[in-house]
Write a protein that binds this ligand. Structure first.
Ligand SMILES: [Fe+2]
Ligand SMILES: [Fe+2]
Length: 260
């Protein structure tokens, strides 16, 4: 059996501190063979920096997935391609920097992680289904376990991707909404799925961001600067535990929503 810990979008320093503070306990409890973290909101809520990547890797994270905010902090642009553990969505334009596949081998089983952006209620991007199809038929044709992070807004688009690729990938894990869904399941006796794994960060917030500027934006429509709160009395730690057989099929998925 291969166990994967998948952590939802980590928002800002409060999210990073929450994750890094709890990671030793999560490792002791679940003994994951692989730890994946969605890191697109790690740096003050938008993007990720080299220092944060190092911080995650040092803490034992194996792979960092991302999404529409991955390039918000410019510092990472020139270094994206050099960090094998940090992947960008497949369906950006070909010239966009960054690795698109994280590959490893666990207990003799080959495993890959990929990431894709949705098109519905999202900034314009290439077709996600075509991008996944293309990489499954080429670079990943011999991989035993493929985990797909679907970074998308619409629940329908995530489920459509999951059912279209069920049987061909071993897990479809939704990210981006920062709200955990209660629909974790195994599709077609093969593919673990959850519409959204959730987030890590301040609980008394709006998707991890301090609420006052967000409310003000809704009230007036005027520009506001959003940032995560520096402290909170309660923090959310959302993650899923997924188990796979060595043959590549998912046997179990459970979602956890911890308040710390
Ligand atoms: Fe996010
Ligand atoms: Fe996002």
């Amino acid at each position: 059996m291969i166990t994967v810990l998948f952590v939802g979008d980590v928002v800002g320093k409060i999210g990073r501190d929450t994750l890094l503070g709890q990671l030793p306990a999560l490792k002791a409890t679940y003994k994951p063979d692989l730890i994946i973290v969605n890191g697109e909101n790690s740096a003050n809520g938008k993007g990720i920096t080299n220092r944060v990547v190092e911080e995650y890797l040092k803490a034992g994270v194996h792979c960092i997935t991302s999404g529409n905010h991955v390039f918000d902090n410019r510092e990472i642009h020139s270094n994206m391609g050099a960090i094998a553990e940090l992947i960008r969505p497949l369906n950006y334009a070909a010239r966009v920097p960054g690795n698109m596949v994280y590959k490893t081998e666990i207990k003799g089983t080959t495993l890959a992680v990929i990431n894709v952006l949705g098109q519905v209620f999202m900034p314009p991007i290439n077709h996600p289904f075509d991008a996944i199809d293309a990489i499954l038929e080429s670079e990943l044709s011999d991989t035993d376990i493929i985990l797909l992070d679907v970074h998308a807004e619409a629940t329908s688009e995530k489920k459509a991707i999951a059912l279209y690729f069920a049987g061909r990938v071993s897990a479809v894990i939704g990210t981006h909404t920062h709200v955990q869904t209660s629909d974790a399941c195994i599709l077609n006796h093969h593919t673990a799925f959850i519409t959204d794994v959730g987030m890590v960060g301040a609980r008394n917030s709006i998707l991890g961001m301090a609420s006052d500027p967000v409310i003000s934006r809704f009230l007036t429509g005027m520009p506001e600067r959003f940032a995560p709160p520096e402290t909170d009395t309660e923090r959310i730690l959302d993650f899923s535990i997924i188990e796979f057989s060595p043959k590549g099929n998912a046997t179990h998925i459970e979602a956890h929503h911890l308040i710390i």
